[in-house]
Structure formats: structure tokens, C-alpha cells
Design a protein around this ligand. Sequence first.
Ligand code: B12
Ligand code: SF4
Length: 485
Amino acid sequence: MNIYPDNTQTYARLLKIAGAKNFKKKHNLKIGILVPPSCFVVPCGWEFVHRAPFEGPSVIAAVLKGMGFTVAVLDQREDFDPGSLAGGPLKKVDILMVATYEDSFPFIKRAIQIAKDEDSNRPVILGGPLVTSLPKLIMQNTLADFAVIGEGELTTIELFDHLIKSKIALPLKNIRGLSWKNAQGGVMINPRRIQMHNLDAVPFQDFSVWPSVQKTGVVPEIFMTSSRGCPGHCTFCFRAMPLLRYKSPLRVRRELLYLKRYKYRFAWWSDLTFIDSKPRVHKLLDQAFRGIDFRWSCFTRVDGLDQKILKHMRECNCDIVMYGFESITEKILDYFRKKVSRSQITRAILLTRQAGLKVGGLFIIGAPGETAASLKRTIAFCKKFKEVTRVKYMSALPGTPLYYDALRRGVIKNELEHLYFLAKERSVESDQFLDFTGLPESVLRKAYRQINRQIEVRPYEYDNPENDYLQKPHAFKKRPFIISS
Ligand code: B12
Ligand code: SF4
């Protein structure tokens, strides 16, 4: 009996790819995965986040290599001018795939235009969180032919079966999780694909497709996940793959050992909520991390913690735990549907410090319900808190309840213009921001400055003078905008 709705032939093929030791080239097509730049400014010491291989494209590359294609990442993360693609790397690519993030719309629109000007028959396929959040709008406003919506592995396999006219290819309309254009150019959106029940079917990340890795062979910091999804429903948060599932500890261990060939020293766990289940994390630490030499960080919620789990994490070389505090004002936390309280925030800080871990606190200011008094309280809290702190003005990520609320209230007037606006959000004080509060601009900017001042310069390897990132910290503070509308 098929108890798992994803238990299809395609899933069986993915399992086989994940288990394979070597891949044989079976097709002559060359696939390029374009990764766009981001104007997102990171604090000193975090610059690797713009350089390390991103997990989504690395996994999709592994799937395609497993199918027998040649794959390369076109890493545009340091080049903000899509025009530089013209006559260049796109020429070598038969099928162009484009990773899309919240702040990438202007770049990807131009890049796809350039790709199509060069060769209008070359298929262009989008994927990643942005197109997942607004498939129709993005497909209508770019020249892309297809979009993989949500979890990408199975849909990518079925789409490529179609592109190579495989005997087992499904008609486009039957490929779940796919958006495509019909003969008249109309945007079709197929029903969503059910997320995979078993994340062990996901192949290991393929770093070898990234040009920087080809040059150096080294990835000092890696992005990784041990789970996908989160059971929360916070109004400001976008989950491209909402259903919570875990990789088995043994699979995580195999991947950690496999990736050691790239000599990483630090792993940034990108799970939406790392400590969702304490027993799971204890097991992960004992069975996956044990004996492997690396330091790490993670994101998690302030609830569901205890001293034992945090101490265990510290023993296993966790450096810093980053918490989505968001706000210390109960009314705002309620609006966010965060389901945590101020006292849980202070308890998490205390427990984390007692365990010998650093605390990272992520705040949002300017949410509906924010007042001058609530800002004052947050500033006082951060001054006292005095650890790695990051603050953002309230943003409206497409596809979130807050985004639709902003559209209803007229805070966002035009969805397309909003995509250009998002591409200018750098996470710095001078950012433009949406007005959810009616407070004077100067009040919010001042609050931003005072909260942000608490950022510590070196969240990891604080004292190591050989740390590469000490050399050029200022270059990162000046990341340019992508392009204006
Ligand atoms: C690590 C991380 C970062 C890292 C690396 C970013 C990256 N692009 O991978 C850094 C620190 C740079 C970063 C920055 C930002 N991030 Co961030 N980040 C994450 C995080 C925690 C993990 C991403 C990840 O690797 N997931 C695991 C992989 C396997 O999943 P995935 O990337 O979704 O990939 C799957 C599918 O989407 C798809 N897919 C992905 N790429 C592609 C490409 C193609 C061609 C195809 C076909 C399919 C495909 O297939 C994959 C396998 O199923 C996510 C939250 C989360 N857990 O997903 C937020 C998240 C992606 N970030 C987000 C945001 C908002 C930002 C920022 C704008 C920061 C800010 N100002 O708040 C910046 C800029 C974004 C950018 N341009 O990258 C949002 C994006 C929302 C959106 N609609 O796009 C997310 C979803 C967080 C959230 N819940 O709000 N981020
Ligand atoms: S903000 Fe955190 S807890 Fe809330 S839905 Fe997003 S990942 Fe889950």
C-alpha cells in the first residue's frame, strides 16, 4: 500500500540519485544555474554569507548531475550589473535556471531578458522562494518559460524529463509544483506538489559546480539544513516548504563527513527552527555531530528550550544561537502570531548565557502597533541585552499574511513596484521602509541606530587575527543596490 503520497517513480529516482557514488554523463545539454546578487548588508565577520555556496542551488545541481547533465553555477553574487552577462557566460548554457530570492526581481528580470535576446529558444526555468511566493506575478513579468514552485527536487526531475522528451515524461499540466507558459504565453500554475516525507532522499549538496570552489577547493563556512519547514504561522515569515520534516542524524553525519573534503570549519544551520524537538536535537548532536571538528550557529525560537539542550549544543561546538525575538511588545508579538512572550525571551537569554553560548537577537521595528513608547522599551532592552543584535524595519515578504494585510491597508500600493522596493532593502538604517505606524520617520531611524549599535563586530572567531574577513570589512558595508525601477 502506498502510504506516502510522494511515493512515486520520480521519488524512487531521486532516492537512487541520493544513494549513487558516481554520476555518469548521459546528456550533452549544459545547464547553468544563475545565482543573483543581493544588496543585503551583513555585519563584519559574516561576509561569508554572500560567498559560501547556497544550499538550494547546490542541491538542485546535484539532482541534475544525478540525471546525467553537465551543470555549472553562474555565480553573479559579486556582480550587480546583469548587463555583464551579455555575450559572456550565458553563451555556454543550453538551459538557464535562475534562483530567485526576495530581493532579486530587478536583476533576474534583466538577466532573463539578456538570455532571451541572445537565444529566444533557450528554456529559462525559475526556482526558489521568491517565485514560490508570487508565481503568477513573476512569470507574467519575466520572459521565463517555467517555474519550479516550492520544494524543487522532484519537480525538476519531471520538468527535465519533459525538456529532453524522455519516454516517461509527463505532460506539463500533470507536473505538480510547476508553473509554465502555454502556446499563447498564458501563465499556467499547476497544483502544488506535496512535500517529500523523507528528506534522506535529498542528494548531498554539490559544491563543485560553484566557480569559487573550483578555484580554491575550499569552503571555510557552509550552509546546511537538518530539517525543512516549521509548524509556526508567523504573519511576517515566508516558508517556501512549510511542512516540518527532518533528515535522519545518520544522513546528516554522512553529509558532514562528505563535505569535509572542502575543509569547512563552520556550519551555519539554516533550519527555520533548529530546536523544534529537544530529543531530536540531542540525537543529532550525539549521532551526527559527534567527533567531527567544526563550529556552528543556528536559528531557533525562544520557546521549547532548557539548560540541558543548550549545554549539549555548547559541548558540541555551537558558537552562537540566533533567536527571532522580533519584538518585546506583547501586542506586536500577538500581531505576528509568534506565540512567545517577553518573559520567554529573557529566559532564553539567561539560559543561553548560562550554557556559555553567545546569543544573537533579531528584532523588527515599525510593525503595526509600534509606538514611540514601545520603541523606547526595545532600545532600553537592547542596551541591557548587549549581545549580537540585528534589527530590520518591518518588511513585507511576498506571500505572507502581513504582505496581504499591507496590500489591503494600501501600505503596498503596487505589487510590482514593491518587488523593486524589496531589491533596495539592505538591512541598514538608511533603508526606505513601509509606513505601518504613522510615526515620524526620524523616530524609527533613531531607534534603528540605537538598537543596531549593539552589534558585536565578530560573531565567530572573534579573536583570530588570521580571519580573512578582518581584511575587508568595509567593502561589505557598501554593497550597492541592484538596479532601480
Ligand atoms: C540561509 C539563508 C540566507 C543566507 C543564504 C541565502 C540563500 N539564498 O540561500 C543569507 C544570509 C545570504 C540570506 C540572506 C537573505 N535572506 Co535568507 N534565508 C536563508 C534560509 C535560513 C535558508 C535557505 C536555505 O538554504 N534553505 C534550504 C534550501 C534547501 O531550501 P531553498 O533555498 O528554499 O531551496 C529549495 C527550493 O526553494 C528550490 N530552489 C531553490 N533555489 C532554486 C533554484 C532553482 C533554479 C530551482 C529550480 C529550484 C530552487 O529547491 C530547493 C530544494 O528543494 C531561508 C529560510 C529557510 N530555511 O529556507 C531564509 C530566506 C530564504 N531568506 C529570506 C530573506 C528575506 C533574506 C534576505 C532578504 C534578508 C533580509 N533582508 O531579511 C536576504 C537576501 C536574500 C538573498 N538574495 O539571498 C527569506 C526569503 C523570502 C523570499 N520570499 O524570498 C527566507 C525564506 C526566510 C524567511 N522565512 O523569511 N538568507
Ligand atoms: S518566524 Fe520562525 S517560528 Fe515563525 S513561522 Fe517563521 S520560522 Fe517558524
